[in-house]
Design a binder for this molecule. Sequence first.
Ligand code: PMP
Length: 417
Amino acid sequence: MSNEITRFRTGEDQQLPQRFAHRAELMHASEIRALFAVASRPEIVSLAGGMPNLSALPMEMMADVVEKLIKENGAEALQYGSGQGHPKLREQICDVMALEGIRAHPDDIIVTTGSQQALDLISRIFINPGDVVLVEAPSYVGALGTFKQYEANVVHVEMDENGLVPDALRAAIKAVRETGQEIKFLYLIPNYQNPAGVLLPADRRTEILEICASEKIFIVEDNPYGLLGFDKPSPNAMRAQDSENVIYLGSFSKTIAPGFRVGWALVPQSLKEKLVIAAESSILCPSNFTQLSISGYLADQPWRDQIASFCKLYKVRRDAMLESLEAHFPEGASWTKPGGGFYVWVTLPPEIDTTALMPKAIVAKVAYVPGTAFYADGFGSWSMRLSYCHPTPERIREGVKALGGVIRTEMENRAII
Ligand code: PMP
């Protein structure tokens, strides 16, 4: 018996996968997770992860908020709460969303454990195996993993430096419908997209809203980076224009801190009941402790100023990355120029395979995420995502210089330059 337990724990039980449910076969570690172990070694400059930079967050202020919460309202903070989320926080979330032109009612908000949980709940409610989910090309790796687990057929739609291309969306809808497949929703990240860093301009937002409304396709607008514009505010959220057809996802992970795991979904009224039931069966209720911590912070602290100081910190890093890309990347490489958020998307000549290049980059002490992570279909092998959110500007310069050298050598070896 004890042997068997040991075998089970060490993962040597060859039969174990056969005991799993069918859906477990679709659960794979994302390329990013697999990279973290290597990328987090101190000698490596990691341009891979998208971890927010908490060095700008005043920890004393956070400590005051949490201490006050426990001392004055500990019995509520440490108790179970409402499955839909704390009413006070839901009201405050309306104030946050007002910054992007959204007029919402707290009743239509469901607080989730990060917006990642909202993605899971929406997938659970909408996706039957084989249903189509339209996404940008490339798209957020965490969303792709969730859609795949629910056995969606993920169809990528072309993007350019201004985000999703409306004509490509029309063509994709037509092509999918001709095959008789059902499109469940369009998932997109209009602000400082992950991984491409691009922003969808106001006129395209309107056009895409019109297309989806007339084709009866829900839009899932994922917006964790909307308030992190460095140069000018981002256009109004798509949800501000359409409360019937847009499911809006928000998160405090990038504007406060991801450790709280507080996000939310603002849904059309017709969907609220289903989402609350799905959330309750998943986690009973979101944590009162972290919701009330966020709530106390929003009530008592200068959170708008705090977001402004995050923007300042990221802007310096963005500039360091763009300057060093210009200085050190070889001709033939191109990249996006983000106005906010965390990421730059680099495109290399098609002969370069960024997954195969990774070990050479690690030897040169720099890490990135290969482009294929952001496609459901194996595309993207000659692109990569670089994030500038976490390292210092000096380390960013060092890392980009080293990576530029690795790419240049590879291009010379392949006689591309
Ligand atoms: N959507 C996007 C586009 C993201 O980049 C992330 C985090 N990297 C998430 C959702 C999930 O964020 P969280 O669960 O922390 O709110």
